[in-house]
Design a binder for this molecule. Structure first.
Ligand SMILES: Nc1ncnc2c1ncn2[C@@H]1O[C@H](COP(=O)(O)OP(=O)(O)OP(=O)(O)O)[C@@H](O)[C@H]1O
Ligand SMILES: [Mg+2]
Length: 150
């Protein structure tokens, strides 16, 4: 859907603002990418574009930060999921509600319990300041929203 190389911070912000316009309550977004590729940075852009005023940083001692705004934004980071244990892992799906938008860093460990995403993002390092970005809508309806958000 969107596949772009040489994406600097300014361009990432543009992409993020368009993406935010395409998001709807109930959406689940999985963000894949190695350490430091910009998952949190993109989530910060999305949250701000969704009018969240809370500081956006990765949850460190918990699995999720919940930001309030016109739409509630759940920011999950499953990097340390193994430390949390099976019991909490099974409750991940409870974050995904019809009236909130859920953005997940390091989703690999939670794929089974999160359910099907509407969107998948892949970020890769290119140089210190640029990234390769791939953004995919996982449903025809989400793709339509992306087109409309241009
Ligand atoms: N083009 C770019 N896109 C995204 N981040 C960039 C870019 N250029 C530089 N950066 C910097 O790279 C860093 C990305 O860090 P960030 O915390 O967003 O990564 P992350 O993918 O969430 O890492 P982690 O896996 O540790 O959570 C930030 O300091 C950001 O400013
Ligand atoms: Mg991060």
């Amino acid at each position: 859907m969107l596949e772009e190389t040489g994406v600097g911070l300014t361009r990432l912000e543009e992409i993020g603002r368009r993406f935010a316009r395409a998001l709807r309550p109930g959406d689940l977004v999985l963000l894949h990418g190695a350490l430091g590729t910009g998952k949190t940075t993109l989530i910060r852009v999305l949250a701000h574009a969704l009018a969240v005023r809370d500081a956006v940083r990765s949850p460190s001692f918990t699995i999720a930060n919940i930001y309030s705004g016109p739409v509630t934004v759940n920011h999950l980071d499953l990097y340390r999921l193994e430390d949390v244990g099976e019991e909490d892992a099974l409750a991940l799906e409870e974050y995904v509600t019809p009236d909130s938008i859920t953005l997940v860093e390091w989703p690999e460990a939670g794929l089974r319990s999160l359910g099907n995403p509407q969107w998948t993002v892949h970020l890769q390092h290119q140089t210190l300041q640029s990234r390769a970005v791939r953004l995919e809508a996982e449903t025809a309806e989400a793709k339509q929203r992306w087109e409309t958000a241009a």
